[in-house]
Design a protein around this ligand. Structure first.
Ligand SMILES: Cc1cc2nc3c(=O)[nH]c(=O)nc-3n(C[C@H](O)[C@H](O)[C@H](O)COP(=O)(O)O)c2cc1C
Ligand code: FES
Length: 644
């Protein structure tokens, strides 16, 4: 039975009690219950552990703990056995009896479930020795894996809410703001705005009431850092928010979270309810006289609603459209009152700064970008997942040491950072340090932490087209430069990628980009041309190949590429013809019987390339339409079958 904590001593006493109940030497099976691992049925693994542990009479000796995301989501479900930290990847319910009898009872590892080093083939048992983890600095993500997010007691036992007690009883609001300023913490939501300045701006406003908000919209394609923190350690965000509220003089906070993140919503709702029962949210927190209320607002999933003024409009019950920013939301935000909006990761850093001090925090990272940053490392990379690294780490280390490089022996081509309005960095810039300012100088940006790795098979014009299409759909349409600029850019990019590009298109794209940058209402439109500009800057030759030669060097743009059969190599097995869904491949009888592809019928699905036996390898993909290579007619709109 949970009782209300009335003083900081009550919180301390509870922590001590929980500590003593948790025997440090007791084995604990932690099973990742983040969204990624749930998708690969970690819930079945939990149920099987419960059955097996009961069957072996190990209850009381072995604890089972469901945790948040461990990071290496692609290899889930992840099971880590404490205290040794033995890590099993891709664990299925059927593996559990063996883990219980071998590891829990006999103390031996189940080799086949351990991480296999890609270079040496060696199995690695301890999670901390796996390269993916070895080079990270997991200030926030490690906590995600140590607690059951549904149990506030786990958070308190790990020292949770001690920063709140310290802030309320040992610090003054001004001192907290100063500490955050001196820590050098910059907003993790994209812009890298200094958090302390923002807090001071609102705190110094002579107006009431004031509000604090958590931005958990996270709409960037491929990004899931904030969602994972809320799923795995919601109390860290709540604690940061309450401290922020106390510092600026706000008694009410909101958490704006996407409805599409149901586990984040569920765990945050539960966390608020439990914190309220313990008296950590509500009236007179821990007897300090400070009262604070938190409400969850669910977003319907519009990218633009992550923008600060649009987000506040949504909380007010209006349409999610940005407004001009000549008046800052720190002064006139929610209901025109002073409002501090910070990203999930920004808030989660606050308890660490209060507990360990600004000096500790600003020693991590670089001079102007302190602390760590979480990235979702995705795309053409061996180790896909969430990584947390100190600011300043070179991109190369993230991609090649942590991410273990590009799969299938392909060549690294570029990395896209900063979300849909970010930019790409080519191989020549792979040593760029991850730092707000250095990434901007390099023509990209930190953004909220999406990091998409691209290999030699990625077409950079098509990539720019994809982001422009995404942003065009997500533009709220309120201002003309963004709405029409994106529409026109997409028309041009569609033309270029379908072989209808014209001389002058690149100049036109650059001109439109400049108008959008200076004339758009909000940062969506102001930055929307970044993917186009950075791909032009670093991969202009690819644009020119599309426009001048009707050629897609990466062999991606369907209207330009072709599949052809090398008649000298064809063994006439007929597998390609059988696999073709549109009957585009037919037998040609002659001196040597071979198969040929009708380029007019071909829909470029690539089945023939995949099915052609390795001993023949007669089918290949070419980067332009070549009538001599089996085409009967070039597709409509082509400049007509140019050879490479
Ligand atoms: C179109 C658009 C979408 C945005 N989406 C998010 C988002 O999903 N999460 C976020 O924290 N910030 C987002 N931002 C940035 C916010 O406007 C704001 O700067 C940020 O939440 C402030 O928090 P921070 O100072 O902690 O970074 C977005 C900005 C724009 C222009
Ligand atoms: S969800 Fe399990 S490792 Fe990320």
């Amino acid at each position: 039975m949970m009782s209300r904590l009335k003083t900081p001593d009550d919180l301390n006493a509870l922590k001590k009690k929980l500590d003593s109940e948790r025997k440090a030497d007791r084995m604990c099976v932690t099973i990742c219950s983040g969204t990624g691992c749930l998708a690969t049925r970690s819930q079945d693994v939990v149920a099987e552990f419960e059955r097996q542990i009961a069957a072996k009479g190990l209850e009381g000796k072995v604890e089972i703990r469901r945790t948040g995301c461990w990071g290496l989501c692609e290899r889930g479900p992840i099971v880590v056995i404490l205290p040794e930290r033995i890590c099993y990847l891709g664990t299925k319910a059927k593996d559990v009896p063996e883990i219980v009898s071998e590891t829990l009872v006999a103390g031996r590892n189940v080799e086949r479930l351990l991480y296999k080093d890609l270079e040496t083939g060696e199995r690695i048992a301890r999670i901390d020795d796996i390269p993916f983890y070895k080079f990270q600095q997991r200030l926030l993500l490690e906590a995600n894996t140590q607690i059951d997010p549904k149990r506030i007691e786990d958070y308190i036992a790990a020292g949770g809410y001690s920063a709140l007690a310290k802030a309320l009883f040992k610090m003054k609001p001004e001192g907290i703001i100063k500490e955050v300023e001196e820590s050098g913490l910059r907003g993790r939501g994209g812009g890298g705005f200094p958090t302390g300045w923002k807090w001071r701006s609102s705190a110094e406003c002579d107006d009431d009431p004031k509000y604090v908000i958590v931005n958990a919209d996270e709409g960037d394609p491929g990004a899931y850092m904030d969602r994972s923190i809320l799923e795995g350690n919601p109390h860290s965000v709540l604690e940061g928010l309450i401290i922020g509220g106390f510092a600026i003089g706000a008694n009410e906070g909101f958490i704006y979270v996407r409805q599409e993140y149901p586990l984040a919503v569920e765990n945050t709702e539960l966390a608020i309810a439990r914190a309220r029962e313990y008296g950590l949210i509500g009236e007179n927190i821990l007897g300090s006289g400070f009262s604070f209320k938190i409400t969850i607002k669910r977003g319907a999933g519009a990218f633009v609603s992550g923008e600060s003024s649009a987000l506040m409009s949504v909380i007010e019950g209006k349409v999610g459209e940005p407004r001009p920013k000549y008046v800052h939301t720190a002064h006139k935000g929610l209901w025109d009152k002073p409002t501090v909006l910070n990203n999930v990761e920004t808030w989660a850093n606050v308890p660490l700064i209060i507990n360990h001090g600004a000096g500790w925090f600003n020693k991590i990272g670089t001079e102007k970008s302190s602390g760590t940053k979480i990235f979702s490392l995705v795309g053409k990379i061996n180790n896909t997942g969430l990584v947390e690294v100190p600011m300043g780490i070179p991109m190369r280390k993230i991609i090649f040491d942590i991410g273990a490089g590009v799969p299938h022996g392909k060549k690294f081509k570029a990395v896209q950072t900063g979300g849909p309005s970010g930019g790409v960095l080519p191989e020549s810039m792979i040593d760029t340090p991850v730092d707000f300012d250095r990434l901007l100088e390099a023509g990209s940006m930190m953004g909220s932490g999406g990091m998409i790795v691209m290999d030699e098979d990625t077409c950079m014009v098509d990539t720019a087209r994809y982001y422009t299409d995404f942003l065009g759909h997500e533009s709220c349409g309120k201002c003309v430069p963004c709405r029409e600029g994106l529409r026109q850019m997409l028309v041009i990019l569609n033309n270029i990628t379908s072989g209808k590009g014209k001389e002058g298109d690149i100049d036109l794209l650059e001109e439109l980009a400049e108008v959008m940058r200076v004339a758009s209402l909000c940062a969506l439109g102001q930055t929307a041309a970044n993917p186009v500009l950075s791909t032009i800057a670093h991969f202009r030759d690819e644009y020119e190949a599309h426009i001048r030669d009707s050629r897609c060097p990466a062999k991606v743009c369907k209207d330009m590429i072709a599949f052809v059969i090398d008649e000298a190599k064809c063994i006439a097995c007929g597998l390609c013809a059988k696999s073709c869904p549109v009957d585009a491949i037919s037998k040609v009888e002659g001196e040597k019987t071979v198969y040929r592809i009708d380029q007019v019928k071909c829909i470029k699905c690539g089945n023939c390339l995949v099915i052609c036996p390795p001993k023949a390898r007669a089918v290949s993909k070419v980067d332009s339409i070549d009538p001599a290579a089996g085409a009967t007619k070039a597709p409509a709109g082509k400049k007509g079958g140019k050879k490479k």
